[in-house]
Design a protein around this ligand. Sequence first.
Ligand SMILES: Cc1cc2nc3c(=O)[nH]c(=O)nc-3n(C[C@H](O)[C@H](O)[C@H](O)COP(=O)(O)OP(=O)(O)OC[C@H]3O[C@@H](n4cnc5c(N)ncnc54)[C@H](O)[C@@H]3O)c2cc1C
Length: 475
Amino acid sequence: MSMRTARDLNTDGSGRPYADVSYWLEDMSPLAPRSELVGEVDADVAILGAGYTGLWTAYYLLQREPSLRVVVLEAEVAGYGASGRNGGWCNSSMMGVSVGEMRSRFGPQRTLEMFRELRHTVEEVGRVCETEGIDVAWRKAGVLRVAVGAHEVPTLESRWATLQELGLDEGCERLDTAQLRDRVRLAGGQGAVFDPHVAFHHPARLVRGLAERVESAGGTIFEHSPVTKYTLGASPTFTTERGTVRATTLVFAGEAFMTSLPRFRRSMIPVYSLIALTEPLSEAQWDEIGWAQGECLSSHSLTVDYVSRTHDGRVLFGGRGAPYHFGSSVAADYDRDADTHAALRRRLRQWFPVLRDTKITHEWGGPLGVTRDWMPTLVHDPKQGFATCHGYAGQGVAPSNLAGRTLADLITERTDSPLLQLPHAQRRARKWEPEPLRWLGIRTVQRGLARIDKKSEATGVPPSGKSLSERLSRH
Ligand SMILES: Cc1cc2nc3c(=O)[nH]c(=O)nc-3n(C[C@H](O)[C@H](O)[C@H](O)COP(=O)(O)OP(=O)(O)OC[C@H]3O[C@@H](n4cnc5c(N)ncnc54)[C@H](O)[C@@H]3O)c2cc1C
């Protein structure tokens, strides 16, 4: 990436204004980028990436040891990645893995402990925002996981049964169709599970506020400073176009964008998640929809969707389904995909027919990292001076806080930390297949899942769970 002139300070490496990256960044514009790294700097911990992972790690390192020299290097501006683009759910689910899958991987006891910690993590994010005075429009109204259509009821029932079996149903409720209608009037809604352990927040206010708190605690953030090279081992060093940072530990917190670095090329795939946002709704429209408490909403379709009522009275409809790009490539051009955005607009209007003439004011998207087993890789290797957490599978808002605390405990050698006993700590997912196998496999699964969703919707028959696409993508 070449050096920027003062004129284009407010644009990314592709020339796109930061305000066009997402509604959330637009809402906080102009962003006034921090200085670029120039020259040589020594630090105790150097962090690649000023998203939630990098900043939570910096924040907790400085909480635990205020004298540490912590430097963050960000290619663009704080919050440029998924942390400044997401759907606003601070969610206590286990990254990309279902409760049932967690149980079969780690057993019931460790699954219970993991989920309890994730629920605590949601509280922790809210607590830090409050004590640090970061106004993120926090609304802990929970989530309604809705069966949209009769064909989704069996999956809803089986998830509810697993929650009960594991003793994770505390505070949760199984709502029938009428009870769901009392909360939100959504066409085709056939009941839901309500889970109180989820909060809505303004993503960019969180990430930008966190960056400021890291600086007031003594950390240094350089922006417009992409790491182009690094060395590990005897003298861990990050190199940018105009500078270097030498540190005892390098933390790699660049999520999906890191697939451009050889070491991470096969450790995750970038999956694009896209969002359509309406204009603010009128009182009459809200009266028709209900949704007074503003719970987050999702269906049980195989192609993930997530829906939020924003702090300023809009409906945010997000979903996956945009195609995987060969070689795990990431580019600003992929942030918008005409077919996927059209499908999101369609689905939004199917769910809420009253919005048929409502304007969609913003559309955006971004890459999220998915590992081969759908759980993040979280590693600290003190001999190499290497640490990372990446691959949250699109559910990283709360887990990145947990990762930040865990990495801070590992780096400051708090070996008695209870977090290190949980299944997420010191684990590495296996690599994705090489290309072209990876591209062929992922595209086949993506197309297969979309086809199954369409068929189930049309016929009312639930997915069998036995198709190749479902088996290959089970997590
Ligand atoms: C559209 C969308 C919707 C989502 N919705 C939700 C949701 O509602 N709830 C939820 O829990 N999760 C959601 N996610 C996922 C969640 O946002 C992420 O898991 C989380 O933000 C990851 O944070 P991060 O800091 O690890 O990565 P990012 O926020 O992606 O940050 C990585 C940073 O590293 C920088 N970087 C990369 N490479 C370099 C380099 N070489 N040198 C310097 N800097 C570099 C990038 O510029 C970027 O700022 C969503 C993701 C997307 C894309």
